[in-house]
Design a protein around this ligand. Structure first.
Ligand SMILES: Nc1ncnc2c1ncn2[C@@H]1O[C@H](COP(=O)(O)OP(=O)(O)OP(=O)(O)O)[C@@H](O)[C@H]1O
Ligand SMILES: [Mg+2]
Length: 315
């Protein structure tokens, strides 16, 4: 067991697999989460993210492969290893007919945290997450964002070394999202390893040291977010229309424009350099005495980025 403690990795998943009748939810995926990093599992709905988290946290038994959590098999993880993990699941797990405070105290008892310490910790977590004034209210009256912040507090009460969060900011407003991501950064600065799932590319970019991209049960890429960001940047679209139709011009030939096609009275252009593309478009419009009527830049969808990354992987 001493040996396990020396490992550099908080999680080692090897050929992890889960099948539900016909559906291969998780298709033999392997990855490592290093101690001290924020690792993001990014994927669209149904990719297999929650199933992966469930297997890692020992809620669900894998059909194949294994996961080592601090060196211990996730299926047989001894209690002391489990104690080092905190979980923010996909659906709220707080008791709605109890108050925020009672939920936290229950969590403390569950994890054997001494009462006076649990109280101290609960108060400081509620304060940091903007819930101290609501601590004695029943959770059923909480908004989605408040519930999510409480669940994060509950997951942190026993000071875990590894925190799992399944779509922690999904459906939350900007303020709750910022409170939660701010807290995650601070926890990470204090040495906590974080494993989170998201379908939000920007969030993965901003928050994670490494991102694994999951699609249809498989991991299509694992990298620092820069590569993901590069794929996103190269796939920007510009939608433009002028006050009159272009006579014979072909906008796709302009500098910085990768591809271009006409769609009704608009042109849809792709570019790897939005700034430069807009400059060449304004120049073109001036040269041809055209007026730009509408101009929109569109970020790529997750699916477009996936396709690009998968193409690159197989190229
Ligand atoms: N208990 C279950 N029984 C049957 N099928 C399941 C079960 N749990 C998940 N699945 C299926 O496995 C696949 C992966 O689901 P999972 O919930 O892991 O995806 P996800 O990436 O978390 O999606 P979301 O972004 O919607 O939360 C889906 O096709 C889903 O229908
Ligand atoms: Mg999910």
């Amino acid at each position: 067991m001493k040996e396990a403690e020396h490992q550099e990795d908080a999680i080692i998943a090897t050929d992890l697999r889960k099948v539900f009748s016909e559906i291969i939810a998780v298709d033999s995926i392997s990855f490592k989460v290093h101690k001290g990093e924020i690792f993001g599992l990014l994927g669209p709905n149904g990719a297999g993210k929650t199933t992966t988290v469930r297997m890692l946290t020992g809620v669900m038994r894998p059909d194949g492969g294994s996961a080592l959590i601090f060196g211990h098999d996730s299926v047989h993880t001894p209690i002391h290893a489990k104690q080092r993990c905190g979980i923010v699941p996909e659906t709220a797990n707080a008791y709605t007919d109890l108050s925020a405070w009672q939920n936290l105290m229950l969590m403390g008892e569950l994890y054997g945290v001494p009462k006076h310490y649990a109280e101290e910790r609960a108060a400081s977590l509620l304060k940091a997450l903007g819930l101290l004034e609501r601590k004695d209210q029943k959770v059923q009256g909480f908004s989605k964002g408040m519930k999510q912040r409480l669940i994060l507090a509950m997951a942190l009460l026993h000071e875990p070394d590894l925190l799992y969060l399944d779509e922690p900011t999904s459906g939350l407003d900007v303020q709750s999202t910022q409170l939660i991501t701010g807290m995650l950064r601070e926890l990470n600065r204090n040495g906590i390893t974080i494993f989170l799932t998201t379908h939000n590319m920007e969030e993965a970019n901003r928050l994670c040291d490494r991102v694994a991209i999951m699609r249809r049960g498989k991991i299509v890429a694992i990298d620092a977010p820069e590569r993901l960001k590069m794929a996103i940047d190269r796939l920007h679209t510009i939608e433009i229309s002028f006050n009159q139709p272009l006579e014979a011009g072909d906008l796709s030939l302009l500098p910085a424009i990768t591809t271009g096609r006409r769609e009704g009275d608009k042109w849809l252009l792709t570019t790897g350099d939005v700034d430069c593309a807009i400059r060449s478009l304004t120049e073109y419009s001036m040269q041809h005495q055209l007026k730009i009527e509408t101009l929109r830049t569109l970020a790529p969808t997750l699916d477009e980025v996936f396709l690009r990354l998968t193409e690159e992987e197989s190229a």
